[in-house]
Design a protein around this ligand. Structure first.
Ligand SMILES: [Zn+2]
Ligand SMILES: [Zn+2]
Length: 335
């Protein structure tokens, strides 16, 4: 037995063109596991690859099941996993302390520099395959990555800047990550969580997850922690304006614009933390399963829209149009 299989995968050709290829995949490399992709969720950041094209198979929010292993890999066939995308070295000073998202030798992200999950199977280093507890279904587990994992890590960093548990927290921008921040902030026991989004439908979803909904953010000095999740300049301005002195602005939003600090008297005369975070360390995964048990099913119900791999182009059209919040590409078996 050679272990070679035919893999069907999506290819992004640039200018929003997606096509599919069937190619031979040899047996998994030493130290790697082969997963059948059960769910690969679309992420806002995939839109960049859709426009630019990608030399590798995109897709980086993956839940899958082990179907084969390379030499030395131990995970039993049938193990359900989520995929940790930073291919960390495991040996540097940061990795040794469990801070794998800060790996000093980070070379690749799965779905960005090596093949990801818009395919029927994906091979990943075994250390990036995180087994899912039996009581958490795949469509909830996948939210443990960019949605809950990233939100929880950013919030944990921001909370560390504060002398006491913040009483009031604001989330600016209610896309999937912003809604994840709402859900996690509530699961972490923050008393009052508000949300703002210019899109009434998205704001209403934040309300469904238990946030107070705000339609204007004019007055200064309102929140202990503000979380900016849109990347838009007006949202960043608002997050800086409404934070109280001594508070923290958590900057999770991505955009191509530089994130600036205002040159105003108010900003010159205030104490403020600005916190930026990337993904989450393996050391936090255990705690994230607990958060997912509490808030994952509600988040999935608010966010997820299952579609199949042949529908990927349509999924992106509807995602880009804002019609679907978080399309899930699910395998035929679990559809
Ligand atoms: Zn993502
Ligand atoms: Zn490392």
């Amino acid at each position: 037995m050679t272990g070679t299989i035919t893999r069907r995968s999506a290819r992004f050709r640039g200018d929003a063109v997606i096509d599919f290829t069937d190619d031979d995949l040899p047996a998994p490399a030493a130290g790697e596991v082969r997963l059948r992709v059960d769910v690969c969720a679309l992420c806002g950041s995939d839109k960049r690859l859709l426009a630019s094209g990608s030399p590798v198979v995109p897709g980086h929010e993956i839940a899958g099941t082990v179907v084969a292993t390379g030499e030395g890999a131990q995970l039993p066939t049938g193990t359900r996993c989520i995929v940790y995308i930073p291919v960390f070295c495991g040996g540097c000073d940061q990795c040794r302390r469990g801070r794998t998202n800060r790996c000093l030798q980070l070379r690749e992200l799965i779905g960005w520099q090596r093949d990801g999950g818009f395919a029927d199977v994906v091979d990943v280093p075994e250390r990036c395959a995180l087994p899912v507890p039996d009581d958490i279904p795949q469509d909830v587990a996948v939210l443990g990555l960019d949605t809950v994992g990233t939100a929880a890590h950013g919030l944990r960093l921001a909370l560390r800047t504060q002398d006491e548990q913040p009483r009031r927290l604001l989330v600016v921008g209610c896309g999937p990550l912003g809604l994840g921040v709402v859900a996690v902030a509530r699961a972490l026991g923050i008393e009052s969580v508000d949300a703002f989004d210019p899109h009434p439908g998205r704001l209403a979803l934040a309300g469904r997850l238990g946030a107070g909904t705000r339609v204007d953010l004019d007055p200064e000095n309102q929140y202990d922690v503000t979380v900016e999740v849109s990347g838009a300049a007006p949202a960043r301005d608002a997050a800086q304006r409404v934070v109280v002195p001594g508070g923290a602005v958590l900057a999770l939003g991505e955009s191509n614009e530089p994130y600036t600090m205002p040159a105003t008297p108010r900003w010159r005369r205030t104490d403020c933390f600005t916190v930026r975070s990337f993904y989450f360390p393996l050391a936090e995964v255990e705690g994230n399963w607990d958060l997912l048990r509490r808030c994952g099913p509600d988040l999935r119900d608010v966010l997820a829209h299952p579609l199949t791999l042949p529908e990927l182009a349509r999924a992106f059209d509807r995602f880009v149009a804002g019609d679907l919040l978080k399309p899930y590409i699910v395998s035929g078996a679990s559809a």
